[in-house]
Design a protein around this ligand. Structure first.
Ligand SMILES: *[C@@H]1O[C@H](CO)[C@@H](O)[C@H](O)[C@H]1NC(C)=O
Ligand SMILES: *[C@@H]1O[C@H](CO)[C@@H](O)[C@H](O)[C@H]1NC(C)=O
Length: 376
């Protein structure tokens, strides 16, 4: 199951070992790369992603021409890439952990890149429901089905470097969606019981998506549950009813997130029984993010409910009229350890921390290392 090339290391002279050791020590202590960069595959993994802005690597910009401006991208890419963050998203860091390239958005016609290592169907604002609206989950799955059929046609026609049947079968299918279904319901003034009542339909939609991907031959699934979206500064700032818990997060929103996650975990257990030859890993993103927000100071972060890129000052530094990248916004100094980038999305620093927790397997059921998804 390991992807490392350990066989080579026996021949490396001692001094080089020392050098490597010192370099690694440096990387671990000073660059915060600890768990993120240590695995890696010999053969690039193939990954397909379905989801919302938490995973969108440029789909909104490619698909709808919607501009996402600097300072988005300032920290890592040094230009705007269509990601809503100052740098890399969790999915980028997961890809890097397998030594595979960042995923190209499915809707990106002009990147000049090929889709040799998978494709990203996630788009900002996507929910599982409603159906047949760009780019809800079932649309993303239909786009995948088209992508697969067309790829296989091209393989048959002799086109090189396309994902073939085996590639689709061995690929990892990552799903991270649901936050918008719940958050949008609250922001449309639905009551807590009304929001909760929607959860089963959302879960059914995710079940249908996984089964469709399974029927297409997918056997490896990685399912993120939804985070404590009641701690997102934008939602706290805009909510009418501020039922805040001891951290300052919206209790009803987080309670809905936990009920959704319970149902998603239950679905995972059911699917592991029904889809016998499939591997399905459920990752508790809620616990990771809630730990980060609760214990921010301990982990070297500050102001977990304050926005880095926004306007208005404490307590949230969020103003819906002057959001990140819009005229008049203010942005925190580079290098400051904010958790929230723009009120909804996380900073690269936070995403790096979150990815390292995901890769630790401590939050995964079953506890399968991410390198399991290397191609063999
Ligand atoms: C939600 O309700 C509040 C007051 O109850 C009202 O001010 C606001 O406009 C409503 N929002 C929507 C989207 O209906
Ligand atoms: C915060 O840190 C403490 C001490 O390490 C830990 O016991 C607690 O579970 C953490 N909180 C969350 C929400 O994870």
């Amino acid at each position: 199951m390991s992807c490392g090339g350990e066989g080579e290391s026996q021949r490396v002279p001692f001094s080089l070992h020392m050098l490597l050791f010192v370099w690694l020590l440096f990387a671990f202590c000073c660059l915060g790369l600890a768990d993120v960069s240590v695995s890696g595959c010999n053969k690039a993994a193939v990954i397909f992603v379905f989801g919302d802005s938490n995973s969108d690597t440029g789909g909104l910009t490619s698909g709808l021409g919607f501009p996402i401006n600097i300072p988005n991208g300032r920290t890592f890419f040094h230009r705007s890439t269509g990601r809503l963050s100052d740098g890399r998203l969790v999915i980028d860091l997961l890809c890097q952990s397998l030594n595979t390239n960042f995923l190209t958005p499915y809707l990106d016609a002009l990147s000049g890149s090929t889709f040799t290592n998978g494709a990203n169907f996630a788009v900002v604002g996507s929910s599982t429901l409603p159906k047949y609206v760009p780019f809800s989950l079932n649309i993303q799955v239909m786009q995948f089905q088209h992508f697969k059929a067309r790829s296989l046609e091209l393989v048959t026609a002799g086109t090189k470097n396309m994902i073939n049947d085996e590639g689709f079968r061995d690929a990892l299918y990552l799903i991270d969606i649901g936050q918008n279904d719940l958050a949008d319901s609250f922001s449309k003034n639905l009551s807590y019981p009304q929001v909760i009542k929607k959860i089963p339909t959302v879960i059914t939609e995710i079940e249908n998506a996984i089964k469709s991907l399974y029927n297409e031959g997918g056997r490896k699934f990685w399912l993120h549950n939804t985070g404590p979206f009641g701690c997102l500064p934008k939602l706290i700032a805009l909510s009418q009813k501020k039922d805040l818990d001891s951290l300052g997060c919206l209790s009803s929103y987080n309670s809905a997130a936990r009920l959704f996650n319970e149902a998603l975990n239950h679905l995972s257990q059911k699917l592991r029984i029904q889809l016998k030859d499939a591997t399905l890993v459920y990752v508790d993103i809620y616990a990771i993010k809630y730990d980060l927000i609760t214990n921010a100071t301990k982990y070297g972060f500050s102001n977990p409910l304050m926005v880095c890129c926004g306007y208005g000052g404490p307590p949230y530094n969020f103003d819906v009229r002057v959001t990140c990248g819009q005229p008049g916004y203010q942005v925190c100094d580079e290098g400051s350890q904010y958790v929230s980038w723009d009120g909804i999305h996380f900073t690269e620093a936070a995403n790096t921390w979150i990815a390292s927790k995901i890769l630790s397997t401590a939050y995964s059921t079953p506890r399968i290392p991410f390198s399991f998804f290397c191609r063999h």
